[in-house]
Design a protein around this ligand. Structure first.
Ligand code: SF4
Length: 229
């Protein structure tokens, strides 16, 4: 039995991508109301040991060979950086000659110990969803003491020193960041973070789409505005 789980391999830009989750259940430093994984009491930002790492690595090795993966995408149930073996796992994949993409909500990327780990990866994805301090606290429910201003400056610090490709995913949410004033604010955030690539997303999860989703037209308009900053 392994502590990791996998999605079916898919092709992206001609590469076979293997997505792997390295957390047994949700562990995150946020607890967003629209989290696709659901609510969780495991709100942490320090590393934690999860067992079965040896069998997980053997399984990962087999998965890489069997699927002929060309890129490993670490997309976990929460914040993968809190797995205390994450650095070793990345080294293990890199030793196989494969590139690694890491998904993080981005808050921890500004902290030295996590920055070092993320720097091992070829690609890092950071995110933003709400864009006011009030909404950040209310909707993304981070660990006490977190601020939106620090969230953005953490990603900016990371991006500034990172040699790999920093992808910045912006999720547009109806009523939270979809008006003109918000778009202008997001443009300023993009300038501050200066990512290598911008990904504009919206609420696709059926459970939240009706309340928080935006129309195709508005999505196109906003995407055009943000992708041409
Ligand atoms: S940051 Fe992502 S994983 Fe963490 S609570 Fe929010 S939606 Fe869920």
């Amino acid at each position: 039995m392994s502590g990791f789980s996998y999605k079916d391999v898919y092709i992206e830009d001609g590469r076979r991508v293997l997505e792997v989750n390295m957390l047994p259940e949700k562990y995150c430093n946020f607890d967003c109301i629209f989290c696709p994984i659901g609510r969780s009491k495991n709100k942490i930002d320090t590393q934690k040991s999860f067992d079965k790492i040896d069998s997980s690595l053997i399984e990962l090795e087999n998965m890489i060979e069997n699927t002929k993966a060309e890129l490993i995408f670490i997309n976990s149930k929460g914040e993968a950086l809190v797995n205390d073996k994450i650095g070793d796992i990345i080294d293990f994949i890199k030793a196989k000659g494969l590139p690694v993409r890491l998904l993080s909500n981005g808050y921890l990327l500004g902290r030295d110990e996590y920055m070092k780990i993320a720097n091992k990866c070829d690609e890092v994805v950071g995110e933003i969803k709400t864009i006011t301090e009030k909404d950040f606290q209310k909707v993304q429910r981070p660990i006490e003491g977190y601020t939106l201003a620090e969230y953005i400056s953490n990603m900016a610090s990371f991006s500034k020193q990172y040699k790999g490709k920093f992808l910045f995913e912006i999720t547009i949410i109806k009523g939270y960041n979809d008006n003109e004033e918000s778009i202008q604010k997001i443009k300023n955030i993009i300038k501050e973070i200066s990512p290598d690539k911008i990904i504009v997303a919206r609420m696709e999860d059926e459970r939240f789409k009706k309340k928080l989703g935006i129309t195709d037209e508005r999505f196109e308009e906003i995407s055009n505005a943000l992708l041409n900053v």
